[in-house]
Design a binder for this molecule. Structure first.
Ligand SMILES: C[S@@+](CC[C@H](N)C(=O)[O-])C[C@H]1O[C@@H](n2cnc3c(N)ncnc32)[C@H](O)[C@@H]1O
Length: 228
């Protein structure tokens, strides 16, 4: 399977996301805002004031950055990605954040929180442990790592992946695989859950999501781990 070069999609990424997710919520930002806020909750409110640095691993064009900045106003907000063209857009749109190619982010730079949102299904299974180690090595001891991934059990999610041009290389991971791989990479699993159940038309039901996190029908899921 040919790996997708996200440089080719950088300029149209925003429009493609809008076309894909508009049926669920016309507010394009809903998903990234949700994930940053959820990651912050999972990392623990008590950490919030002390958070010095956060990393968006596979940040793409930097859509999550304004939400990271709002959630962690005093932190060093960093994004890394292999797509140079995506990083150019991310830098232009987020001058108060830092962006680096994967190979430029030293393991000596340590973060309190690392988020990987819809990245691992683009990483070939044989390369996933290396990517997890990369994230592990850049966390402070006790730091939190949160993965959001497409839920392969949700038929709508599968349809979206099958019809999205930049998902042509996607190999979806179950929550079980993500947990196993994170444990192998020496993370202690702190929390898991399915999420993104209710489209905007049912927004009044969204507060109920927290009671449904056990149900493998959400559009996506999260696994949160701690570096021991
Ligand atoms: C679907 S986009 C998600 C972007 C962003 N996280 C978001 O939620 O909008 C997937 C991103 O993963 C990046 N990516 C692909 N392979 C990667 C790897 N081995 N390590 C880190 N990022 C990778 C791509 O360049 C792309 O920007």
């Amino acid at each position: 399977m040919t790996k997708i070069d996200f440089d080719q999609y950088a300029g149209q990424y925003e429009a493609l996301i809008a076309a894909q997710t508009g049926f669920f919520d016309r507010d394009n930002d809903y998903f990234v805002r949700y994930k940053v806020e959820r990651a912050k909750q999972l990392a623990g409110q008590s950490l919030t004031d002390e958070v010095a640095a956060v990393l968006d691993f596979g940040c793409g064009v930097g859509r999550a950055m304004p939400h990271f900045r709002a959630a962690f106003p005093n932190a060093d907000v960093v994004g890394c990605d292999p797509s140079a063209d995506s990083l150019t857009i991310a830098r232009r749109d987020n001058p108060d954040c830092r962006f680096l190619g994967l190979d430029k982010l030293s393991a000596a730079t340590k973060f309190d929180l690392v988020l990987a949102s819809c990245v691992f299904h683009h990483i070939a299974p044989a390369e996933r442990q290396d990517a997890l180690r990369y994230c592990h090595d850049r966390l402070k001891p006790g730091g939190h790592f949160v993965i959001f991934e497409h839920n392969p059990f949700n038929p709508v999610t599968r349809h979206l992946v099958n019809t999205c041009p930049f998902d042509a290389d996607a190999v979806l991971l179950t929550m079980r695989e993500t947990m196993r791989r994170m444990r192998e990479a020496k993370f202690d699993i702190a929390a898991t859950g399915y999420c993104l159940f209710f489209p905007a038309q049912l927004a009044s039901l969204r507060p109920l999501e927290k009671y449904l996190s056990w149900l493998p029908l959400g559009g996506q899921y999260f696994v949160s781990g701690v570096r021991a």
